[in-house]
Every structure is written in C-alpha cells, then in structure tokens.
Design a protein around this ligand. Structure first.
Ligand code: PGA
Length: 256
C-alpha cells in the first residue's frame, strides 16, 4: 500500500512569522493525521520555525524547495543537503518546473541532485511535466520519458521507495487549470509502466507518484481516488492553512 503524500509547496511566500501562525492554525484544524503523510515545504528561512512549531505534531514532515548537488564549497547563495539534514528536513523538491524554466535547471542537474539527496538521507520529490506546447505536439510521453530516465539514471531499484515523482503539467501550475482526474491518471499510469520498464514491477509498484497543478479543496478528493495518484504537491492552495487542511481532509476521504 502506498501512503498518500500531501505536500504544501509555499514557493517564495510566507515569512517565518507567518509560518508560525500557519502551523498553529493548521494543527488546530487538522488534529492528528495518520492515514496520509503531510509535508510542509517552506522557504529556507522558515525551516527552523517549522521545526519548532511542528514539535507538537511529529506527523508533519519538513521539506525544502531546492538544494545544490555539491556537498559544500564556494557556491554563494546555495544550500547543501547536509545543511538541510541538520534541520531535520526529510524531503527536498528537485527539478520543479519553475527552477527548470526560470533558473536553467537541466535534467543532468536534477540527476546530480537526486544522487546527492539520497546519499545525505534526504528524500527527493523529483518534478516532471510537459508544457502546453509539448502536450499539443503530442510529446507528453517523450518528454516525461526523458525527464524520468535522466533524473533517475544510476539509482538502484531498492531506493525508489525513498523517491517521490511529482507529475506537474506546466500548463496546470498556478493557472487554475487542473488536469482532469482522467488526464492525470493516464499520465500516472504511463509513468508507472515506465518505472516497470526501467526498474522492476515490485519497485515501480512501491514508488509514489504525486500530482501537482492547481490542486484545491474542491478537486483533491476525485484526483486522490485515482489508483495511480499517490498524493499531491500543492502550491497556491497550500498558502492558507484552512485550505491545505481541507485538501488533507479530502484526501483522507478518498481512502474510503
Ligand atoms: P499550484 O502549484 O498548486 O499553485 O498550481 C503547484 C506546484 O507548482 O507545485
């Protein structure tokens, strides 16, 4: 059984002070959660605040939005895997489409980061997804195959359970335009079969594939009901504690 993973990607939003009140409001609303995994992915500057604030809620895991692939050195402005581990961070987003499109992140960089994260004991959330032009050109599978093959090159099957793939169609991110559950499921099923081809049936069956792109309280339940959708990476709708709590609740409902 793959435990669904609901992750709040705050992107470049919320200060450490706002993070503190967010967690308080979120915990008040959510109580305790065991059936799904919850990850909060704030800015680096809010991580220590969240470590403290979530002390009362060990079921909340922490994530980071990015890291460098080198262990340390002269890389002004970058953050290392060891620095994240020292703050009890468990997950790290790698290759988000905003980083690919705006900061020149390539499949090769994604691959290096995946390996560095795993070596440091961090769990990568590796993002893949096609643009609208690529979808219109009928190249969804070709693009995803390249991103997954390159990103996971050199990873052994045993370690796939530590990695989450986030399928985030670029045309659905921040646009309010969600892939329909059927559209998302079709791609997730393709990704699962690709993992079988690249690794093996058992490892592919254990790996979690999240959907991301305009997930909201209103559409979370039906997306989470799809057999190959193992969670959500939520941007805009995770910035409000109440809204993210409703997404968690909707996802729990989908389990029944
Ligand atoms: P969105 O962002 O939910 O605002 O579309 C998702 C993401 O980029 O992870």
């Amino acid at each position: 059984m793959r435990k669904k993973i609901l992750a709040a990607n705050w992107k470049m939003n919320l200060t450490n002070i706002e993070a503190e009140s967010y967690v308080e409001a979120f915990l008040n609303e959510i109580g305790e959660v065991n059936d799904v995994e919850i990850v909060i992915i704030p800015s680096f500057t809010s991580i220590p605040t969240l470590v403290q604030a979530s002390g009362k809620a060990p079921f909340i895991r922490l994530g980071a939005q990015n890291m460098h692939w080198e262990k340390d050195g002269a890389f002004t402005g970058e953050i290392s895997a060891t620095m994240l581990r020292a703050l009890f961070v468990k997950y790290v987003v790698i290759g988000h489409s905003e980083r690919r499109a705006l900061f020149g992140e390539t499949d090769e960089m994604v691959q290096k980061k995946v390996h560095t994260a795993l070596e440091a004991g961090l769990r990568p959330i590796m993002c893949v997804g096609e643009t609208l032009a690529e979808r219109d050109a009928g190249s969804v599978q070709k693009v995803l195959r390249r991103q997954v093959e390159e990103g996971l090159k050199g990873v052994i099957a045993d370690r796939l359970t530590e990695i989450v793939i986030a399928y985030e169609p670029v045309w659905a991110i921040g646009t309010g335009r969600t892939a329909t559950p059927a559209q998302a499921e079709e791609v997730h099923a393709f990704l699962r079969s690709l993992l079988v081809e690249l690794f093996d049936q058992a490892a592919a069956g254990r790996m979690r594939i999240q959907y991301g792109g305009s997930v909201k309280p209103e559409n979370a339940e039906e997306l989470m009901r799809e057999p190959n959708i193992d969670g959500a990476l939520v941007g805009g709708a995770s910035l409000d504690a109440h809204s993210f709590a409703r997404i968690v609740r909707a996802s729990e409902k989908a389990l029944n």
